[in-house]
Ligand binder design. Structure first.
Ligand code: KIV
Length: 300
C-alpha cells in the first residue's frame, strides 16, 4: 500500500466501542448481553461472540482461583485480571467488580480502589454490591468520574449475612426493601443494575420501577439484559450447575478428550511427528556427521 500523504496509513474502521451512555440508553430496548471473562483468551471469545459487556467479576475467585466464595479475591487480583482483559481492546464495555472490603470501609477507600481498576487496569466502569447504604460510596465514585453498576438481590459478598447463597426477596417486606434499594441506587446515579437470585416477578417489578437497565442472573426473563458466568455457559465448571444456568457447550469433555489423546501420543511416541520438529540445514547436518565419523567431538 502507498504511504498516505502525511505518513499515516488509513486503517479499516474498527467497530465502535460500547460506552456507558450506550448501555444506559438500552433501557427497554434490545436486551443487553453480559458475560464474565477473567483473562485475554476468554475476553476475546466473549467479544467475538458480540457481547455488550465483559464483566471481570469477582466470581474469578471461585471459577479460576479455587476459592470457595468471592470473599478471598483482593484488589490486586482484580487489577491483574482486568488488565489482561483490557489489553485485548474489546468492543464490549469492560466492567470490573470491586472486591470485598474495598468499598465497605467508606467512600475514600472506594475511590482509591476503583481508581486503580480504571487507571492501572483499564476498566471503564465498576460494579459493587449492596443497596441504599452504598449511596455515599456510589456518589463519591461518580464524583470521581467512575461509572457504577449496582448489584442487588443475592449479593455473594454478603454470603454470611444471608446464611448462604439463597434466593432473595421472597417475602413482602423483602420485596419492598429491594424496590427501595433499587430506587436509591438509581437516584444515586448507577448506569445499570444487576439483579441476582430473585424471583422473576420481583425482577420484573424492579425493572419497571427504575429508569436504568437491569441485568438479570437467576432473575427470570423480565430484565433488560442477562448475564452468565462464561465457564458455566461453556461447560467448564465442575458439578451440577445452578438452575438458572443454560450450558451451551460441554468444553470440559472436549478438552479432557483432547488432552487424553495428547498423553496417549506422547506415551506411544506418535507425538511429535517429523513435521512438528525443527531440522538442521542439510550442510550443517553433513558437517556434523563428518566430524563424528572422524572422531571429532565437542570443541576439538
Ligand atoms: O462476579 C460475578 O461474576 C458477578 C455476576 C455473577 C453478576 O457478579
Amino acid at each position: 500500500m502507498k504511504p498516505y500523504p502525511g505518513g499515516v496509513t488509513p486503517q479499516p474502521a474498527a467497530p465502535a466501542r460500547i460506552t456507558v451512555p450506550d448501555l444506559r440508553a438500552r433501557k427497554g430496548g434490545e436486551p443487553i448481553v453480559m458475560l464474565t471473562a477473567y483473562d485475554a483468551p476468554t475476553a476475546r471469545l466473549v467479544d467475538a461472540a458480540g457481547a455488550d459487556v465483559i464483566l471481570v467479576g469477582d466470581s474469578l475467585g471461585m471459577v479460576v482461583l479455587g476459592h470457595e466464595n468471592t470473599l478471598g479475591v483482593d484488589l490486586d487480583d482484580m487489577v491483574r485480571h482486568t488488565a489482561a482483559v483490557a489489553r485485548t481492546h474489546p468492543r464490549a464495555l469492560i466492567v470490573a467488580d470491586m472486591p470485598y472490603l474495598t468499598y465497605h470501609t467508606g467512600p475514600r477507600d472506594a475511590v482509591l480502589a476503583a481508581g486503580r481498576l480504571v487507571r492501572e487496569a483499564g476498566a471503564e466502569a465498576v460494579k459493587l454490591e449492596g443497596g441504599a447504604r452504598r449511596v455515599p460510596v456510589i456518589e463519591a465514585l461518580i464524583d470521581a468520574e467512575i461509572p457504577v453498576m449496582g448489584h442487588l438481590g443475592l449479593t455473594p459478598q454478603s454470603l454470611h449475612m444471608m446464611g448462604g447463597f439463597r434466593v432473595q426477596a421472597r417475602a413482602v417486606e423483602a420485596v419492598e426493601r429491594l424496590l427501595e434499594d433499587a430506587r436509591a441506587l438509581a437516584v444515586a446515579g448507577v448506569f445499570s443494575l444487576v439483579l441476582e437470585g430473585v424471583p422473576a416477578d420481583v425482577a420484573r417489578l424492579v425493572t419497571a420501577e427504575v429508569p436504568v437497565p437491569t441485568i438479570g442472573i437467576g432473575a427470570g426473563a423480565g430484565c433488560d439484559g442477562q448475564v452468565l458466568v462464561l465457564h458455566d455457559v461453556l461447560g467448564l465448571t465442575d458439578g451440577p450447575a445452578p438452575r438458572f444456568v443454560r450450558r451451551y457447550a460441554d468444553l470440559q469433555s472436549v478438552a479432557v478428550e483432547a488432552l487424553r489423546r495428547f498423553a496417549e501420543d506422547v506415551r506411544s511416541g506418535a507425538f511429535p511427528a517429523r513435521e512438528e520438529s525443527y531440522r538442521l540445514p542439510r550442510r550443517v547436518g553433513e558437517a556434523l556427521e563428518e566430524r563424528r565419523r572422524r572422531g571429532l567431538t565437542g570443541r576439538s
